[in-house]
Design a protein around this ligand. Structure first.
Ligand code: THU
Length: 142
């Protein structure tokens, strides 16, 4: 299947599932829930959420759990149509942190759409390259 950012049904599904992913977050310390969802080219939606730890620095972001899960299900970057996310911010968008952007540059195509939802279902549509220009990738190691 293809991903069409103008397709309202798909966008609603991504919003609903990113909210559902938020419910899976384990956040006893920050109480800040982040949900992420990846849509694959065979129509599967893979959910991710942030998982915290009493040793705070070991906490893992929603975007990364989502990308790692998708990878472990056997999907490659060309199989991934988009990643959507939502945070708990009341009136604003919660944009991906720097570490997640770097992992996006590793596991997603640079052109992969990243859709950031706010609580009202409005969204900012970016790409990996838009969020992390001049990224360091395996190309730089050659
Ligand atoms: N968090 C994410 O899940 N994704 C981000 O891109 C930024 C931050 C999580 C980490 C931590 O569990 C909580 O939000 C507060 O920083």
């Amino acid at each position: 299947m293809k991903f069409d950012i103008e397709d309202k049904a798909t966008m609603k599904k991504l919003f609903d599932l990113s909210k559902k992913a938020q419910e899976l977050a384990y956040v006893p310390y920050s109480h800040f829930r982040v949900g992420a969802v990846i849509l694959t080219n065979d129509g599967k939606y893979v959910l991710g959420a942030n998982i915290e730890n009493a040793s705070y620095g070991l906490s893992m972001c929603a975007e990364r759990t989502c990308m790692f899960r998708t990878h472990l299900l056997g999907y490659k970057k060309d199989d991934i149509l988009c990643l959507a996310l939502i945070g708990d911010s009341t009136d604003d968008y919660a944009f991906p942190c720097g570490a997640c952007r770097q992992v996006m540059a590793e596991l997603l195509n640079l052109s992969c759409p990243i859709i950031i939802f706010n609580q009202h279902g409005e969204h900012v549509d970016e790409t990996v390259k838009g969020l992390l220009p001049y990224s360091f990738t395996q190309e730089n190691l050659k």
